[in-house]
Design a protein around this ligand. Sequence first.
Ligand code: FES
Length: 350
Amino acid sequence: MTATTAGPAPSRTLGLLMQAARGYSRVFSESPVAPLLSRPSPVRRTGFERDVRVERRVDEAEGVVSLTFADTSGGVLPRWEPGAHLDVRLPSGAWRQYSLCGDPADAFRYRIAVRRIADGSGSGEIHDAVGEGAVLRIRGPRNAFPFATARSYVFVAAGIGITPILPMVRAATAAGSRWRLVYTGRSRASMPFLDELGELGGDVRIRPDDEYGTPTASDLLGDVPRDAQIYVCGPPPLLDAARAHAGSGALHTERFSPPPVVGGSPFEVHLARTRTTVRVAPDESALDAIRRAVPGTVYSCRQGFCGTCKVRVLDGAVDHRDTMLPPDERADSMLVCVSRARDSTLTIDL
Ligand code: FES
């Protein structure tokens, strides 16, 4: 429980300082110059939230809708570069990340695309409850998949993994670079943006599984030019295959599902406030186990970089596997989507 104490009225000096702080915050979080004061890349950790209206909703493929956002006041939106994503707050209050797949040169619009996932509550909310005219809170853009300047590129996208790749392909075309895109998916009907890719006129190889069978790494990557940067976005098996085939030098990857648990041991998590204990299997995340007991446990990226699932640790040593928590927070907090117990038990404040 948190105690709140009402204090005396602020002095005139304190009042002026508070006014100045509010002005500073407005400039750094809401004004049109905010993007210039703090670049969206690599990562903005706080602030930069705004409300956007869904200007357009389009069925792009089977189970995939795109949403085009505009600022609710019609203002300019912070700039972004290919590979960037937005945090989007859903009507339920949960936050989810979606790659930007529109035109970075359009200063007034953002576009995302969302595939409906069978057990994905976030994608279901977008599909069922977010129509044109809806207002959503967003945070960002942030970029964890930056696009390098190069003379040659090989792009590989699987299904909805086309979303960060599409602006990259456009940027490569605009820069006059050589590029090749291999785009795979279950079937043509399930693959969004085929028409837009067709208009680009470059080396686009559409490879649906129901026509060509499940691709091997060499089907997808083939011979990679020596000077090429390789960008791959898809599920974990695709990324593993790409790594094995291409090495790591010029390979850039982004996954859109949680990483498999590697080297995990079973342990128990005591949920102090819920007064229950859950058992975490060696191949599952603590988050998945906790959500069996507390289905409303919040999460977003499930990859250890957004901080949504952070909980306080009351007892036990943590095997931290995230890329986000600063050292001083590791002493008493953990991200349950990826981190685990170092020993057999943990007690957390949940
Ligand atoms: S859900 Fe994003 S860090 Fe755990």
